[in-house]
Design a protein around this ligand. Sequence first.
Ligand code: PMP
Length: 426
Amino acid sequence: ERSEITYFGAGPAGLPTDVLETASEALINYKNTGLGLAEHSHRSELATNIINEAKADLASYLDIDESKYEILFMQAGGTGEFSAVVYNLVGAWVARKIAGLGDLKGEDLYAALREHIDGPKGKLVLDYIVTGSWSLKAYQEAVRLVGPEHVNLVVDAREHNNGKFGVIPDQKHWKLSDDAALVYYCANETVDGVEFPEFPTVLRKSHEKDGVHFPIVVADMSSNILSRREPVDEHSIIFFGAQKNLGTPGVAVAIVKKAFLPPTCSQPAPTIMRKVGLPVPPIMFQYQEMAKNNSLYNTLSVFDVFVAGQVLKKLLKTYPNKVDGQQAVAEKKAQLIYGALEAHPEVYKIVPDKTARSRMNICFRVTKNGDVDASEKAFLAAATKQGLTGLKGHRSVGGIRASNYNSISLEGAEKLAGFIGEFAKA
Ligand code: PMP
């Protein structure tokens, strides 16, 4: 029975049952049209309404200023955005250089640009802050697309924690570049259970030119979006896959500063990018094209947008003070679970450092009897018997991971905390 299970899987995550009930009706017969939402045209008025309402509700819930930011529904998941941010912000960087070069054309322009991209007049650099498996993947994708000579590893958290992820290194160790096309961080590392406790002070807006503010900060918020207030204004791009706190797998959201879109900024022509040896974005990843078409450049899964929209409507209804309300609950749930683990240090070892613990993905080892493997197997088996499922850690790191996303109720977190205590004593 669905009602007997509390599912702590890391993604896809559980969704509220009433949202899924509404969605299942919509899948069969949307608003008495005799057709389901996955059958209706993505070009229909009803599809456009669903997209626009979801955008407006997201903006309202997170306080996104829609005059400054464009909300886009993208495809290819969070991983697709690893590539998309590189393509788009490298393009924007080149566009800024072109604007500074006056009226040069053709070979003269390409030659002048190359001097800025690979010296002697400058260098294209992308900055990556690596604090876990997902920012590492994003960093590797940037290296794959533009080459290692253009990617700067600002900091690798493993070098500050005995070769393992689990800390956010002190900002004094970060090596930021001067004119980076982007500075990338992952707000919550789903596999490693590491979350930035707050927006890093060294990344705060330092100056602004033509609507672009520097540094140009990109954040992956796939696994903690909608769970706390974020300073959206400090970011140029925030992206996230839907399948944790927002909805069903199938769409990702990119919140993009309009200064990177026409008329303020246009992606350089593909010819220019080819001539200077930089990648041309696949059309599906080009934000300006997606923005121009209100995310409907091609067939979008409007059904997935609908589910996300229903989750947002429920959040807005539950919390009159919007994300602040959900944030208070998220913190309380995390404290309950961490508290239960800390009460039995002889049985449980929390993986990340206390200063960087994620409220969303609670990673720990069960060290009872010294035999970790056997203890964790016993823990998982006993938990499953009580309807607490999805607790197995990511295959790359092992251990236990309780994903404490928004759909986990306070009662669900209490149940897990209670079980953690009982198992330790048994
Ligand atoms: N970033 C983070 C923080 C994630 O947790 C995930 C998926 N678990 C991804 C990116 C990749 O998302 P997707 O599977 O949608 O490509």
